[in-house]
Design a protein around this ligand. Structure first.
Ligand SMILES: [Zn+2]
Ligand SMILES: [Zn+2]
Length: 125
């Protein structure tokens, strides 16, 4: 793994958030890592291909990168897009049984409106 890949991987692993490539780029800049946005995209791509990170795609926002590559799903606020990890006990077993294929991983996103956004909405009323 190149030094740049290592630095980018560290940035993602140090964060508790699911970040977009641009957010990772801004953090890298803050940490004085000498890298362009295009290279951040390239590095993130190969890190996800190597299985060091997982890329999560959403239909209406930029992809985010996840340091956790074990089985889990996501709870996503449809307003602010905050993404929280969700553990589903036995889901892999259930999916294996129902699909009958030995899949690599699943993506499960549950959309909701978080408390913060709910409160904001109520204030505006
Ligand atoms: Zn929200
Ligand atoms: Zn996650």
């Amino acid at each position: 793994m190149s030094k740049l890949s290592q630095q980018i991987l560290e940035i993602v692993k140090d964060s508790d958030k699911h970040m977009t490539a641009e957010e990772i780029f801004l953090l890298a800049k803050k940490k004085k890592v000498d890298i362009s946005l295009a290279s951040v995209y390239r590095v993130l791509n190969s890190l996800s291909e190597e299985g060091c990170l997982r890329r999560i795609s959403f239909s209406n926002k930029a992809d985010v990168y996840d340091k956790s590559v074990s089985d889990h799903g996501h709870l996503v606020c449809s307003k602010c897009k905050e993404t929280v990890d969700l553990e589903f006990k036995d889901l892999r077993k259930i999916l294996l049984k129902q699909t009958g294929v030995d899949f690599d991983y699943y993506e499960l996103t549950i959309n909701y409106v978080c408390e913060k956004c709910k409160r904001l909405k109520e204030k505006r009323k």
